[in-house]
Design a protein around this ligand. Structure first.
Ligand code: ADP
Ligand code: MG
Length: 444
């Protein structure tokens, strides 16, 4: 009979092709599969959360791959690798211990206020699991994705929930930028000792927002960050990081810092689909005591593509105008409130449309923009198109790369960052982009 290991190897190769490298390394490289009698498998997973998620999302793929290989669907048992792990919920809460510190958390960003949909289901579950058992499940947890998609919200939600169930722990939320500023100040004021003590000995859960700010910073800052990170990690303290990009895409980041970031679980948060956008609008309306009819929620959600922050902005604008006019929220009122804010031409803005407008704005040929040609006149328009697709259409870097004939996603990242930077300095470019936005998203 054929060797089980050989068969397994082939099955794994197939799965890797099917789910892609990232998902494969997150989910399939962390399990071990053993034969458990004829046509029966034991799948060992690292912990309960992982097991639940795996069963729901990846077990069908595993089964199918085995079936394709041998036309038999095996029985599968999911087992926790370390049977030492205590699966039972604690019987009763431990006696109240001292109250821990809790710094900088933003009160309204809780799990209760976070709407879960397909686009953010995984980051949400991972965050929830980490909040329940800080330091035990995934360390670090690294959440990345575009602006306004809920990273800061999730990070704070972890803090709130941990606070609720582990009230003795010391928790801090801090942006990477503030961390660096504090560090630089400590150097200046000669208070490094306190700084180190504060970060390495005080906190049990440290929530660091926007770590992309570390990139390009002085070696010494990154160095300090690295040592802080290691110290916390070695003490089993929970670290959660967010960023607008994956660790591998942060330029000028020390290699060892990068690999530290990748050591735990790296999850992406995506732009919400229509249903989620509607649900978020309804939730926010509730929070702000706005009465928002369903059809109006749909009307708004269908027209705002970029991110959740803009959804919220639109809602507040509607509320303000409705108060000003002392009138209920009707479709008429919404159209007026969002005039110049959203696309009203009916048709959705798609990447083709962006390309077309960009080619007209820069007076270059559309076919050149999309070709692999590299001459200079094309470079800037192409970068601007990529920037718009990322920032206003919420497309992912790889998606944009693909759209441009299979360019590497790092090229896209580079392009987007360049435009982001140039636009703050170059009035001419600012104007072009403003006009493009008007053309693309505002009624004509
Ligand atoms: P990021 O840090 O990713 O740029 P934020 O966490 O600041 O984004 O989110 C921007 C706004 O959108 C916040 O007001 C946040 O509450 C809201 N938001 C984002 N995602 C959700 C969600 N799934 N449910 C409810 N509100 C959300
Ligand atoms: Mg943020």
């Amino acid at each position: 009979m054929e060797n089980f290991e050989d068969r397994l190897q082939r099955v794994m190769e197939k799965i890797k092709e099917e789910v892609g490298k990232n998902a494969f390394s997150t989910w399939f490289e962390r399990i071990s599969i053993r034969q458990n009698g004829e046509n029966s498998l034991a799948v060992y997973v690292p912990n309960k959360f992982f097991g639940e998620w795996f069963s729901k999302n990846y077990l069908p793929i595993l089964l199918k791959a085995f079936r394709d290989e041998s036309s038999i669907t095996p029985d599968v048992k999911i087992l926790i690798e370390e049977s030492l792990e205590d699966l039972a919920e604690p019987e009763e809460l431990p006696l109240k211990k001292k109250q821990g510190l809790c710094l900088n958390l933003i009160p309204k960003y809780t799990f209760e206020n976070f709407v879960v949909g397909k686009s953010n289901e995984f980051p949400y579950s991972a965050s929830f699991a980490v909040a329940n058992e800080p330091g035990k499940v995934y360390n670090p947890l690294y959440i990345y994705g575009g602006v306004g998609l809920g990273k800061t919200h999730l990070l704070n939600a972890i803090g709130h929930r941990t606070r609720k169930i582990h009230s003795d722990l010391n928790i801090i939320y801090i942006s990477a930028e503030s961390f660096m500023n504090e560090f630089l100040k400590a150097i200046r004021m000669n208070t490094m000792e306190q700084f180190r003590k504060r970060y390495r000995q005080t906190f049990d859960v440290i929530l660091i927002d926007d770590v992309q700010f570390l990139s390009g910073n002085k070696e010494s800052t990154q160095e300090e960050f690295f040592h802080t990170f290691n110290a916390l990690f070695n003490l089993n303290k929970q670290i959660v990081l967010t960023s607008d990009r994956a660790p591998k895409d942060i330029e000028q980041l020390q290699e060892r810092l990068r690999s530290r970031f990748e050591m735990g679980l790296v999850v992406e948060i995506n732009p919400p689909e229509l249903e989620t956008k509607v649900a978020i609008l309804k939730k926010k309306a509730e929070l702000y005591s706005i009465s928002l009819p369903n059809e109006i929620a749909f009307y708004i959600a269908e027209r705002i593509h970029s991110n959740v922050r803009e959804l919220e902005g639109a809602l507040l604008r509607i509320k303000a105008i409705s108060a000003l006019k002392n009138s209920p929220i009707t479709l008429e009122l919404v159209k007026e409130a969002l005039h110049g804010f959203i696309e009203e031409r009916g048709a959705k803005v798609n990447p083709e449309k962006v390309l077309k407008e960009v080619s007209e704005a820069f007076k270059v040929k559309l076919s050149d923009l999309r070709s692999r040609r590299r001459f200079k006149q094309i470079a800037l328009p192409r970068q601007v198109a990529m920037f718009i697709m990322r920032t206003y259409l919420g497309m992912s870097f790889p998606e944009i790369g693909l759209f441009f004939g299979g360019k590497d996603h790092t090229t896209v990242i580079h392009a987007v960052r360049k435009v982001e930077k140039e636009i703050t300095k170059d009035i001419y470019l600012q104007e072009i982009v403003e006009n493009l936005k008007k053309k693309l998203f505002i009624e004509t």
